[in-house]
Design a protein around this ligand. Sequence first.
Ligand SMILES: Cc1cc2nc3c(=O)[nH]c(=O)nc-3n(C[C@H](O)[C@H](O)[C@H](O)COP(=O)(O)OP(=O)(O)OC[C@H]3O[C@@H](n4cnc5c(N)ncnc54)[C@H](O)[C@@H]3O)c2cc1C
Length: 483
Amino acid sequence: MTVSDVPDEPLDDAGPYDYDLVVLGSGPGGQKAAIAAAKLGRKVAIIERRHMMGGVSVNTGTIPSKTLREAVMYLTGMAQREVYGASYRVKSDITMDDLFARTHHVIGREIEVIRAQLLRNHVDVLNGTGSFVDAHTLAVTEGGSAHPRTITGRFVVIATGSTPHRPDTVQFDERRVLDSDGVLALENVPTSIVVVGAGIIGIEYASMFAALGSRVTVVDKRPAMLEMCDPEVAESLKFHLRDLSVSFRFGEEVAGVDSNTHGTVTRLVSGKRIAADAVMYSAGRQGQTDALDLEKAGLTADSRGRITVDAQYRTAVAHIFAVGDVIGFPALAATSMDQGRLAAYHAFGEPARELQSVQPIGIYTIPEISYCGRTEEELTTSAVPYEVGIARYRELARGQIVGDSYGMLKLLVHTETRELLGVHIFGTLATDLVHIGQAIMACGGTVDYLVDTVLNYPTLSEAYKVAALDATNKIRQVARFSE
Ligand SMILES: Cc1cc2nc3c(=O)[nH]c(=O)nc-3n(C[C@H](O)[C@H](O)[C@H](O)COP(=O)(O)OP(=O)(O)OC[C@H]3O[C@@H](n4cnc5c(N)ncnc54)[C@H](O)[C@@H]3O)c2cc1C
């Protein structure tokens, strides 16, 4: 069968293939595609390198970075200092071993859970690197074997994720000049570190090192950090990071990095030089497609290794789907999972609804940030009339109890329809709290729902009520003064 013979319509016959679905990669996208297809009663195989079960998400990305953060928060006593004093610490001399102990434990448990789920759903796990032999045949090579195993699949989902992008101008030495994968192999907490790239991953790590007491310098050629965030929220984080001695070099480009046994010197195009124990590059991500021999399946990737798909995650070859980081934005574990599940449904003709358009962004800095919906800038540009309602954690009983005096929640409310248009949160539990606003927005709810609803007390969720009252009081005042 050639590619052009593959019908667009899903077929029910198993055909002459070994599997109904072959999935490349066991990250969040691949796992969920495999399990969704298995739940539909299909025969599924997942190809993954032996040491990478769970993907980047479990091994080098989401899970290790979030577990490290938790360990940093706990051992430095960072979140408790307002209550017990500025010198409060659980451990004074924190080592990378202390931090990694928790990380290895969590990674191990996550891998066990994923393996058990695949096993329970009768998904065959094939260890090795997968590559296309033709549009329905995949070779699985392990340990450089000259005789790879080949398997055929009626449908294929490519979920091979991404790797850190490494600029050609920088020599990574895996000791002092690192990317976000390399950080996980650091032997000591650096006394000083330069973080190049003020995107989400860069700033998350910058805030962790700052909390550990490293002297951090953030360099980015853009004029500000986290430009997608509400400026007030980004400014609050910047203030916090400055307080932990983080310096920022925005609007500056790196010309090169020199490294020797003493340390590193980062040279900026402007002529400045920054000395530090280590440099961490966070310069975006590259789709992991090099090993796939895509052309044998009739596919290509762009210069950043990404594959183009349609709204159903179908590539240019009708029976091959792609999901997760390999298709680019938003490149989150959160979205990759749903993309995987939906790709499997579309392949097998299972009715599927599109994802809700209101999607949250979680930024696990210390303190954390989360938001969903529109920003003030977007609303102003599109001339949507809105009011702002603000709640400060220090005015919430729970804020005092947990020792968070800096947190805040901001609601953006349409002044005429009273719909919630955006939620922006900075502070403890922001990444969880955002889902309340998200649910109201997705259901087309108004600010009145929050005004009329009783919430548990004392909680941080109460911030919604306070912000809702703030917004509605302002709207009422404008109406009164306009009479
Ligand atoms: C430091 C960091 C922090 C992050 N934090 C968050 C966060 O807090 N929240 C969030 O939602 N997202 C976060 N992300 C992003 C998240 O990790 C990714 O979006 C997610 O892992 C992408 O999932 P995926 O299914 O595309 O594949 P990945 O998780 O990238 O996994 C792809 C897998 O495919 C395998 N593979 C590649 N090529 C082949 C081949 N030829 N044959 C067989 N297997 C192959 C790889 O070995 C890998 O295991 C973070 C990422 C990083 C780097």
